[in-house]
Write a protein that binds this ligand. Structure first.
Ligand code: SF4
Ligand code: SF4
Length: 117
């Protein structure tokens, strides 16, 4: 399950637990093996099917790729007709704070941290 693959524990800072930011989570993913990253992406893809896969911006476009929050923009989707990302569990698990990743770019891109994975 996806929980195995995500860093969801809060961080102790100055005696208080705070939720890790997207940037903190991305930093803690550095150093993972390619195999580990592939497992995580596969897990995200399974979840994403129920969100991107059902989203009005996605359905009917012929797009079959998923996980735009990690992989970056779609080359097919161009119209923002609604985005289900805010209700996707990956949003909370990765502390994502954007939407329309298929059009606007991955979390990293929207955070100004560089391109999609
Ligand atoms: S990123 Fe958002 S707008 Fe794009 S397909 Fe997924 S849910 Fe829809
Ligand atoms: S946050 Fe959006 S793009 Fe990322 S896995 Fe969830 S539905 Fe897909």
């Amino acid at each position: 399950m996806i929980d195995e693959f995500y860093i969801i524990s809060p961080t102790l800072r100055r005696g208080r637990y705070v939720k890790e930011s997207f940037e903190d989570k991305m930093a803690s993913l550095k150093g993972l093996s390619e195999e580990e990253m592939a497992k995580r992406l596969e897990s995200m893809r399974d979840v994403c099917k129920s969100y991107c896969g059902e989203c009005p911006s996605y359905t009917g476009t012929g797009e079959s790729s998923l996980v735009f929050c990690a992989m970056g923009k779609s080359s097919i989707i161009t119209e923002e007709k609604g985005c289900l990302c805010p209700s996707c569990p990956v949003t909370d698990m990765m502390s994502l704070r954007w939407k329309f990743y298929c059009i606007r770019g991955s979390g990293k891109e929207q955070a100004g941290l560089g391109g999609g994975e």
